[in-house]
Design a protein around this ligand. Structure first.
Ligand code: NIG
Ligand code: FE
Length: 412
C-alpha cells in the first residue's frame, strides 16, 4: 500500500541522514521542507522532498495536505500508564495543604497505588491501561516507554509487566518496557529495606529477564526511597541480566543519582528538577540522555528542570509526560511541548526536537522513529490547517492534530 501526502505546508524534522540525538545549539535547528510531499509504503517512510520534485506515479491513496503540517509522532520516553484506579483524593489533600511527601508518609502515594494494583485482576488492569494507551495515541504519541513499579510484590510486578507485553502485542505503537520494582519500599519491608532490595536482586530481576518482560531497569533514586548505594546494587544486578538503566533522579533532592547513572551507562536520567552544577557537568559528553518531565512539575508545583541552563551548556534534552496516577495524571505530549516552551523557555524547535528524536533516543528507538528519514516507521502527526509550527505549543491545552498515522495506518 502506497500513500502520498501532497502540498504539505511544512514537513518537520527532516533528517535525510539519521542522527541519534541533538544537543546544545543543534537543538534550536529543526530541519524542514516547505511545500513538500511524503510517500509511505506499508509501515515505512519511502521518500519525501519538495513538491517541485514530486514523482508522477500511481498511488493507492493521495492525501492533499494543503495548509497542514506533517511531523513525526511524539516519542514519550517516560510513563507509568499501567496502573489501577486513581488518586484524586490525594490531589485534594495537596490542595488543602499536605505535601507529596506528607501523603507518602501517611501510606498514600506509590503505596496507595500498589495496594490498588495488587487487588486488581490482570484483565481489569489491562482494560484500564489500554484505554490510556488509546487516549495518548489519539493525542499524537507514536512510541512510548511504560514502567512497572506499582506492584511491589513478585506477583504484582510480573502482572504489570505481562500487561505491558499484552499491550505491545495488541497495538501497533512501539512500546518499550522498564522494570521499576525499586519504586518504593513496601510497608512490609519498612524497617528492612535491604530485604526488599535482596528480593529484587535474587528473585524479581532473574524472573523479569527469564521471561523477557523488560529491556530497561529503573530505580527511584531519592531521599526516603532508594539511596545511591541501593541504586548501585540494583543496577549492577540488572546489568548481570542485560537490563539497561533508565533512572528517576533529582526529583526532590540531589543525592548523586546523576553521577551514578552516568557511571552505569544509563540510557537516560529522568526528572532533574533539582540539578547542581556538578550534576550538569557529569552529563557532559556522555551517551546518557537527560529527560525533563514538565507536566509533573506543573501538577506538583515543584521546580521545572533547568532546560535553558542545560541546553546552553551544550547538553541534549528529551521531554516526556511521566503519565502516572500520583504526580502526573496526564499523557498529553502536546501539553508537555507547550509547557516546555512556556515554563522552561525552550523554543518550539528545541521542544519539538526534545519530544521526537531525543525522546526516541531515550527509548533506544532512534533508528526507528523520531524523524522523517527514509526507512523509518511512518509514525506521523498531520495537523489541522495552522499558520506555523509555533502554533502547536502556542495553542496550549488544545490539540492541533487532524490525524495520526502509526506504521502507516490511520489511527484517527
Ligand atoms: O515519576 N517519582 C516517582 N514516581 C512517579 C510518581 C509516582 C506516584 O506518585 O505514583 C514520578 O513522578
Ligand atoms: Fe516517573
Amino acid at each position: 500500500m502506497r500513500i502520498i501526502f501532497k502540498h504539505i505546508k511544512e514537513l518537520l524534522q527532516v533528517r535525510p541522514k539519521s542522527v541519534s540525538f541533538v544537543s546544545g545549539k543543534e537543538m534550536s535547528k529543526l530541519p524542514t521542507i516547505k511545500n513538500a510531499y511524503l510517500i509511505i509504503e506499508d509501515e515505512t517512510i519511502l521518500n519525501f522532498g519538495p513538491m517541485s520534485e514530486c514523482p508522477n506515479l500511481k498511488f493507492d491513496q493521495v492525501i492533499n495536505a494543503t495548509g497542514q503540517i506533517l511531523l513525526p509522532s511524539w516519542c514519550d520516553s517516560h510513563t507509568h500508564i499501567v496502573y489501577a484506579g486513581h488518586r484524586e483524593g490525594e490531589f485534594v489533600d495537596r490542595i488543602n495543604g499536605l505535601s507529596y511527601e506528607d501523603i507518602a508518609n501517611n501510606g498514600g502515594g506509590i503505596l496507595n497505588s500498589a495496594k490498588k494494583l495488587q487487588e486488581t485482576s490482570e484483565d481489569d488492569l489491562y482494560k484500564q491501561s489500554k484505554q490510556r494507551l488509546v487516549d495518548v495515541m489519539q493525542l499524537g504519541t507514536g512510541a512510548i516507554e511504560i514502567k512497572s513499579g506499582y506492584g511491589l510484590t513478585t506477583d504484582a510486578e510480573l502482572k504489570m509487566l505481562r500487561v505491558i507485553k499484552r499491550l505491545k502485542e495488541t497495538y501497533p505503537i512501539e512500546i518499550k518496557a522498564t522494570f521499576l520494582g525499586a519504586h518504593a519500599i513496601p510497608l512490609k519491608y519498612k524497617t528492612n529495606a535491604q530485604a526488599y532490595i535482596q528480593l529484587l536482586i535474587d528473585e524479581l530481576i532473574p524472573k523479569v529477564a527469564k521471561h523477557q518482560l523488560a529491556e530497561y531497569i529503573d530505580v527511584f533514586c531519592e531521599t526516603g526511597y532508594f539511596s545511591v548505594q541501593d541504586t548501585a546494587q540494583i543496577l549492577e544486578a540488572g546489568a548481570r541480566y542485560g537490563l539497561i538503566p533508565k533512572i528517576h533522579v533529582n526529583q526532590f533532592t540531589a543525592i548523586g543519582g546523576v553521577q551514578l547513572g552516568v557511571k552505569h551507562k544509563a540510557l537516560s536520567v529522568d526528572h532533574l528538577e533539582e540539578l547542581r552544577d556538578q550534576d550538569l557537568q557529569a552529563l557532559q559528553n556522555t551517551a546518557t540522555m537527560p529527560v525533563a518531565l514538565p507536566a509533573c512539575s506543573f501538577f506538583l508545583g515543584i521546580p521545572y528542570t533547568p532546560a535553558r541552563k542545560m541546553i546552553d551548556a551544550g547538553l541534549p534534552l528529551a521531554i516526556a509526560t511521566d503519565y502516572n496516577p500520583g504526580s502526573t495524571p496526564s499523557g498529553n505530549m502536546n501539553f508537555v511541548v507547550s509547557t516546555a516552551c512556556i515554563k522552561m523557555k525552550m523554543t518550539p524547535e528545541e521542544a519539538i526536537n526534545a519530544a521526537t528524536i531525543n525522546g526516541a533516543y531515550a527509548m533506544g528507538l532512534e533508528h526507528k522513529v523520531g524523524s522523517i528519514t527514509k526507512g523509518k516507521l511512518a509514525n506521523l502527526i498531520l495537523t489541522k490547517p495552522i499558520s506555523s509550527y509555533g502554533f502547536i505549543p502556542y495553542s496550549f491545552g488544545e490539540s492541533q492534530i487532524d490525524s495520526l498515522y502509526i506504521k502507516g495506518q490511520k489511527m484517527s
